[in-house]
Design a protein around this ligand. Structure first.
Ligand SMILES: *Cc1c(COP(=O)(O)O)cnc(C)c1O
Length: 228
């Protein structure tokens, strides 16, 4: 687990360098540690090294870890597909959901968000490459979708998220992020609560930062390979 702490340091250096490279303020870029298929001990090690925001994809697995790590001020972000019949559990146990892909899911999360908690922070997932295996809105759908989601009482719309198909180099990665950067800038100009562009992983965080990412979601570069 010692490597988790040195890996985190290396990722912070990559983020800093990327921010400097495009003249951005490092403080505008959040690191979300993606801990799917990693044990609670790995999260504990990252927490001890100062990492407080964690992203999980699978609800059952996430709930086990949340239960195993009580009394720690961890921000839990749900980044996997939300099933309608599990929306209540997501609304109870998470601070953020990055992967809203239908209005129905957003409506259900708002309905199920417990009264004593602050509004659930949400990002709309964009299927940038129109991949059949991935869910998400198309950018064209946003015009009609944003106003109705924004009006839901127990959610706070924070921005957009995407996980595009892998690209081989920096230029191609930037190109794939360009449409979501443009959509995010328009959104932010219209809705003051929208401050989050959730793009970039272990493989392409430099490109994502140069295209305006405010939240990189990094798994393997922090925790190593995942358990199957
Ligand atoms: C797994 C995952 C990541 C992290 O990917 P790495 O390549 O491990 O950095 C980021 N975002 C989403 C939505 C993921 O499912």
């Amino acid at each position: 687990m010692q490597s988790v702490s040195s890996n985190l340091q290396a990722i912070h250096q990559r983020i800093e360098k990327a921010a400097r490279h495009c003249h951005r303020d490092r403080a505008d870029i959040q690191l979300l540690a993606v801990s799917k298929r990693q044990p609670a001990e790995a999260i504990d090690a990252a927490f001890a090294a100062g990492q407080h925001a964690f992203g999980e994809n699978y609800l059952q697995e996430a709930l086990e870890k949340i239960t195993a790590l009580p009394n720690k001020p961890i921000n839990w972000h749900f980044i996997g597909p939300v099933q309608t019949n599990k929306a209540g559990l997501v609304a109870q146990h998470f601070d953020w959901v990055h992967s809203i892909h239908t209005f129905k899911i957003a409506q259900k999360l708002s309905l199920k968000r417990p009264e004593h908690l602050r509004p659930l922070n949400i990002c709309l997932q964009i299927n940038l490459d129109n991949e059949k295996t991935k869910s998400g809105f198309s950018l064209a759908e946003l015009v009609d979708t944003i106003p109705i989601i924004q009006a839901l009482p127990n959610l706070l719309l924070r921005g957009l998220m995407a996980l595009p198909a892998p690209r081989k180099d920096f230029a191609a990665q930037c190109e794939s992020f360009a449409p979501i950067q443009k959509a995010f800038m328009q959104l932010r100009a219209e809705y003051p609560s929208c401050d989050t562009l959730s793009i970039g992983t272990s493989a392409d965080l430099e490109a994502a930062i140069s295209m305006g990412s405010t939240c990189v979601r990094v798994g393997t570069a922090i925790f190593g390979a995942r358990e199957k």
